[in-house]
Each structure stands twice: as structure tokens, then as C-alpha cells.
Design a protein around this ligand. Structure first.
Ligand code: FE2
Length: 246
């Protein structure tokens, strides 16, 4: 989330990856640019911090350069259930030689824009993949929709990891002994804030219904996320652990 989140990520992601022995890292960058969306500058910070793939969400196309970025770099994803013809890709496969890992980015449709059905979009993509190692970033608002997709894809993908609400949930689990799941992985940005925004501005807007501009908060940054251990031979998750680094 914004400058504060990007700076904190670039200072700490490398050590975090070492601590968790992470071979592969996915970062949702849809609010990484100042004023939300993703920019060339913020994507560069996220990749150079150690991300292999960047996912996005409802703010994917907020910045004018985003469409070109999605076309140019297949490891920057926009939700796969955007209408046909949207620039870029909704999934990618990263080849590590001995193994391949697919990442699918989907967006929810409950309390969000009415995109294509994320469940059927997932079916279509999964049937085209040649690897059992499949990570899904489900960028959605409703906890019910997220949990439903978790069960729908259980035993077919390695992980269904929710994003978008910025608040980490405590329901991490390995569904049906196969698929790592969390309703929301949480955000990287200012902890002492209203989902990353300055408390004062957020209060004026939410309490008084006064149209002030949200301003990013820069106080007490933290990183939220999850670590998933999985068996690359069958794509089965062994464990999922929540991460909060202050
Ligand atoms: Fe979002």
C-alpha cells in the first residue's frame, strides 16, 4: 500500500524470504502506486524486493501506464475474469526448470464490479494448465465468496489466498488436506491507519460523509502475508502460516 508499504517491503522482504526459506514469492501490488493502482516505479520496487509475480485487483488499470505494463510483462497480472480483450494476462506459469508454478489472479463479483464469473474462469484456466502447483489470488470483498471459491477449488489447486480487504483474517487452513486457504492475507502498509489511509481523513469521509481525499498513512508500517509449504510433485499444500512483520 503506497510509498510506505513499498519502502517497508524493500527493506524487509529479502530477510523474510530467508527466514521462511521461500523459493517463490507473490505480491499483490494493486495499491502500490501513490494514490492507488500500480505504476512502473512501484512494480520495479516490488520486483527488486524479491517478488516473482505481481497480482492486482479492482485498481489494476487505475494508472495510465498499467495497460502497457500488463502487456509487456507476463509476470504482472490483472484479474483473469476481466472482459475478453482487456490488456494483459490473468495467469502465468513460472518455470523453475525442475518445477513450474502457476499463479491465477481472480476478482470477486459480490459487492464488486460485475466481471465474468470467477468460478467458471478458474475452471477454464486450470484445465489449460500442465502443472499441479497452482496459486490463486482471489481479490474479493465478501468473505462468503472467498470461502466458497476455496472449497470449489479445493484439491484442484495448491492455494486460494484472499486479498483486497487489507485486514488479515485468522482462518488459515489446509482445506480437505490439499489446498491452503486464507480469506485475506492482509496488507503491507501503515498499521496505525484505516486500511492504510490516514485516520483523520478516513474518519471525516466515513463519519461525516464529507468528500475529502483519502491520504496514505505513513505510521508504523508492517508486512502481512502468508507462507505456504507445498509438495511440488503433486501440488498439495502441507501447511499455511500467517505472517505479520512489524
Ligand atoms: Fe482491491
Amino acid at each position: 500500500m503506497g510509498k510506505c508499504g513499498c519502502e517497508f517491503l524493500s527493506t524487509h522482504l529479502y530477510n523474510l524470504k530467508k527466514m521462511y526459506k521461500a523459493d517463490f514469492t507473490v505480491v499483490n501490488g494493486e495499491n502500490s502506486a501513490v494514490g492507488n493502482g500500480i505504476s512502473r516505479e512501484s512494480a520495479e520496487v516490488i520486483f527488486s524486493s524479491g517478488a516473482d509475480v505481481i497480482t492486482t485487483g479492482n485498481h489494476a488499470f487505475h494508472k495510465s501506464e498499467a495497460a502497457d505494463m500488463f502487456r509487456e510483462n507476463s509476470n504482472i497480472l490483472r484479474p483473469a475474469n476481466f472482459p475478453e480483450g482487456a490488456p494483459g494476462n490473468g495467469f502465468c506459469v513460472v518455470d523453475f526448470g525442475r518445477t513450474q508454478i502457476a499463479v491465477i489472479n481472480l476478482m470477486g463479483t459480490l459487492l464488486m464490479e460485475s466481471l465474468d464469473n470467477p468460478f467458471y474462469t478458474a475452471d477454464k484456466i486450470i484445465s489449460s494448465l500442465d502443472t499441479p502447483n497452482i496459486f490463486v489470488d482471489f481479490h474479493a470483498e465478501a468473505t462468503s465468496e472467498k470461502k466458497a471459491l476455496g472449497f470449489y477449488l479445493s484439491k484442484r489447486v495448491t492455494a486460494v489466498l484472499g486479498t483486497h480487504t487489507h485486514v488479515q483474517t485468522a482462518d488459515e487452513a489446509v482445506l480437505e488436506g490439499h489446498t491452503a486457504y486464507i480469506t485475506d492475507a492482509g496488507m503491507t502498509g501503515a498499521e496505525d491507519s484505516v486500511i492504510g489511509f490516514d485516520k483523520g481523513c478516513a474518519l471525516t469521509r466515513i463519519k461525516e460523509h464529507f468528500p475529502v481525499r483519502f491520504k496514505e498513512s505513513e505510521s508504523s508500517p508492517f508486512i502481512c502475508g502468508v507462507s505456504v509449504e507445498f509438495d511440488e510433485k503433486c501440488g498439495k499444500a502441507v501447511s499455511i502460516e500467517r505472517i505479520i512483520l512489524r
